[in-house]
Write a protein that binds this ligand. Structure first.
Ligand code: FAD
Ligand code: UDP
Length: 376
């Protein structure tokens, strides 16, 4: 007699942070049977890393630096990886000079050949800042602090390249990700925990998904198997507009083309990333060996070319997209037995730690709501 296919408690769409964190929790804490599908041929989502032909560890979808202020998130991921402490530093090619980004005391002193103190720089900024009554856009956030000249040098050109829009057309939260400093701190992030998975992200994902109750199917699109594989519930981490067949129209996402290059010398850049706010078609170049600490006689870099076409990487946040997302969100809330989690499904410009935190919070809600198959 033919056996009917195994029934899964959960079909999880996407093997990135959102999908993998939830798969592990549901399997290990509740004993649920989980199938994770991803249409790519690898796990890890956009955090996927791999060795290039020369054996240098690279990030397939651009530089991913882990940082968080959440002990809970850091402790959770520490169950699946050891860490290598790493504080990211970025230089910008501005007026033909390499200067620290975020803008700090050394940036201004070098760019303008000054020797200001921190107190003097505060006054220097104040003399140039433009008053903005209500800070709404990504232009307002910057010009209200440092004035128009530095805004144009560091933010306007980069943002136009990255988003295909002027900062005045984007929500304030986007450029607000990059602080302005009056001290000499040249770290890109100031979070409490800043570290890279010691063996890379892909190894960490393998450890998360290594559970007898978890099956993984790669190169598989949810739409092709949703009717074929019996399951009770869905966790969906892809683009929310796609889930609903673009019923209200497409949400705007920005894409990138990654140009990876292996270089025949030990290091190519002075730091993990160099930004190009004024010149070049790419926004930045990153060199992974600074981040991973890998010892190798050769090195690998990636240039990021923003593009309107291609995989959706960044939600484009402005009043119109917020309105459109709300309509999809309302639909999602009326869709029983489907949970929408992650950067694309909740249309949020989330970092890896925020997605992990969101997935853990979703697990707690699910666990409160649904009786466990396995007694604890
Ligand atoms: P994703 O990683 O996008 O995973 C979703 C998965 O779902 C994908 O693998 C996709 O193939 C799959 N999928 C979608 N639809 C379907 C379908 N229909 N069927 C099957 N599979 C499907 N964060 C940081 O914290 N630090 C950084 O330095 C950093 N740098 C970044 C640099 C770049 C260039 C980008 C684009 C992002 C960066 N991020 C960074 C953000 C980070 O990538 C995300 O926060 C995180 O990867 C999101 O995880 P996720 O699971 O929500 O989504
Ligand atoms: N940004 C900029 N100049 C820079 C760095 C960042 O204008 O040198 C702006 C730009 O709009 C960018 C946003 O700040 O998209 C957020 O930068 P972040 O480095 O956080 O971007 P991500 O790493 O997520 O691509």
């Amino acid at each position: 007699m033919p056996t009917s296919p195994k029934k899964f408690d959960w079909l999880i769409v996407g093997a990135g942070f959102a999908g993998a964190v939830l798969a592990e929790r549901l399997a290990s804490q509740r004993g649920d049977r989980v199938l994770v599908v991803d249409r790519r041929n690898h796990i890890g989502g956009n955090a996927y890393d791999r060795h290039d032909d020369a054996g240098v560890l690279i990030h397939q979808y651009g530089p991913h630096i882990f940082h968080t202020n959440s002990d809970m998130v850091f402790d959770h991921l520490s169950n699946f990886t050891d860490w290598r402490p790493y504080e990211h530093r970025v230089l910008g090619m501005v007026d033909d000079m390499l200067v620290p980004i975020p803008i700090n005391l050394d940036t201004v002193n070098k760019l303008y050949d000054l020797s200001l103190t921190s107190e003097e720089l505060t006054e220097w900024f104040a003399a140039r800042a433009e008053p903005v009554e209500t800070i709404r856009t990504s232009e307002d956030v910057v010009v209200s602090v440092v004035g128009r000249e530095l805004y144009e040098k560091f933010f306007q050109g980069y943002t136009r390249k990255q988003w295909g829009l002027d900062p005045s057309q984007l929500d304030k939260s986007i450029t607000a990700r990059v602080p302005i400093r009056t001290d000499r701190d040249d770290r890109y992030f100031t979070d409490k925990h800043q570290a890279m998975p010691a063996q890379g992200y892909t190894r960490m994902f393998e450890a998360m998904l290594d559970h007898p109750n978890i099956s993984v199917m790669l190169g598989t699109d949810f739409r092709d198997i949703r009717e074929l594989i019996p399951h009770d519930r869905v966790i969906y981490t892809g683009p929310i507009d796609e889930y609903f067949d673009y019923r209200f129209g497409e949400l705007p996402y920005r894409s990138l083309r990654f140009e990876h290059e292996t270089i025949d010398k030990e290091f190519a850049l002075p730091t993990g990333t160099v930004n190009y706010p004024q010149t070049e078609a790419f926004t930045r170049i990153s060199e992974y060996k600074h981040m991973t600490g890998q010892l190798h006689s050769r090195t690998a870099i990636t240039r990021e070319y923003p593009s309107a076409e291609g995989d959706p990487y960044y939600p484009i946040l402005n009043p119109d997209s917020a309105e459109l997302f709300k309509r999809y969100e309302a639909l999602a809330m009326q869709t029983p037995d489907v949970w929408f989690v992650g950067r694309l499904a909740t249309f949020r410009y989330y970092n890896m730690d925020q997605v992990t935190g969101q997935a853990l919070a979703t697990f707690r809600r699910i666990d409160e709501m649904l009786p466990r198959a396995m007694p604890t």
